[in-house]
Design a protein around this ligand. Structure first.
Ligand SMILES: NC(=O)c1ccc[n+]([C@@H]2O[C@H](COP(=O)([O-])OP(=O)(O)OC[C@H]3O[C@@H](n4cnc5c(N)ncnc54)[C@H](OP(=O)(O)O)[C@@H]3O)[C@@H](O)[C@H]2O)c1
Length: 219
């Protein structure tokens, strides 16, 4: 049985990841900033007060996991603040970098000492962070923060490889959540695809970028 940690599980794709991992029998630890009913009713271990931009709360999470370290980690937390060239806000860009890029780095760096050989880490990025795939522009803050997490994940793959820990960047698809105003595929479909990618992740695939549907994406 796996012990799966889902970071940012209060709603959307993260909530669905926690639900499906629990349904198949994994021991699930789900983090959120604030508790609410949707997560409580899954019957998983919930650790609240975890903000990926906050060193102290990330350190508290690592302490809480020391006795039961996960072998699957999915960093799902993320934010999107849309912008166009005319409306770029550097403040907004910094916020998105804090959550989408530095959040996963902060989290993986803090968790790494308690992870064992064979652990697998998925960072939920976005195809929108692919430079090759950028055919429409806009969303400067979101695109650059996701491009940054892609580089961070690739770098982490080198640092974690000697310890036998695999890490991948994952794109869930366009998913109907609060982030997209309900536009896209069912979060259940996206979560199932992400879990399949986590199951397929091994050291031969570490440092790669995947669509939840099962094909590699260009950087
Ligand atoms: N939906 C899509 O089409 C799509 C496409 C590509 C990639 N993604 C990525 O998929 C992930 C999940 O997106 P979603 O669509 O499920 O979005 P969502 O419904 O807006 O949920 C976002 C999740 O991230 C959490 N979060 C935000 N800021 C956080 C912080 N500072 N610390 C801890 N948790 C934080 C939220 O917690 P609170 O409830 O506390 O705010 C919530 O659980 C994100 O990384 C997103 O960029 C989504």
């Amino acid at each position: 049985m796996s012990t799966a940690l889902v970071i940012g599980a209060s709603r959307g794709i993260g909530l669905e990841l926690a639900k499906q991992l629990a349904a198949r029998g994994d021991a699930v630890i789900a983090t959120c900033r604030r508790r609410d009913d949707a997560l409580e009713t899954l019957g998983v271990r919930v650790i609240d007060g975890i903000d990926v931009t906050d060193d102290a709360s990330v350190a508290a999470l690592v302490d809480a996991l020391r006795d039961s370290p996960p072998n699957i980690v999915i960093h799902n937390a993320g934010i999107l603040e849309g912008d166009r060239f005319e409306s770029i806000s550097l403040e907004s860009m910094r916020r998105q970098f804090e959550v989408n890029a530095l959040g996963p780095l902060r989290m993986v760096r803090a968790l790494a000492p308690i992870l064992g050989k064979g652990a697998r880490i998925g960072l939920v990025s976005s195809r929108v962070g692919s430079i090759d795939d950028n055919g429409s522009g806009n969303n400067y803050g979101y695109r650059t923060s996701k491009a940054a997490v892609n580089m961070i994940g690739k770098n982490l793959s080198h640092d974690l490889a000697p310890r036998g820990i695999a890490i991948a960047l994952l794109h869930p698809g366009l998913v109907a959540t609060d982030m997209t105003g309900g536009r896209g595929i069912d979060p259940a479909v996206a979560a199932a695809g992400l879990i399949a990618r986590m199951d397929a992740l091994d050291m031969s695939k570490t440092g790669t970028f995947w669509h939840a549907e099962g094909y590699p994406l260009p950087w």
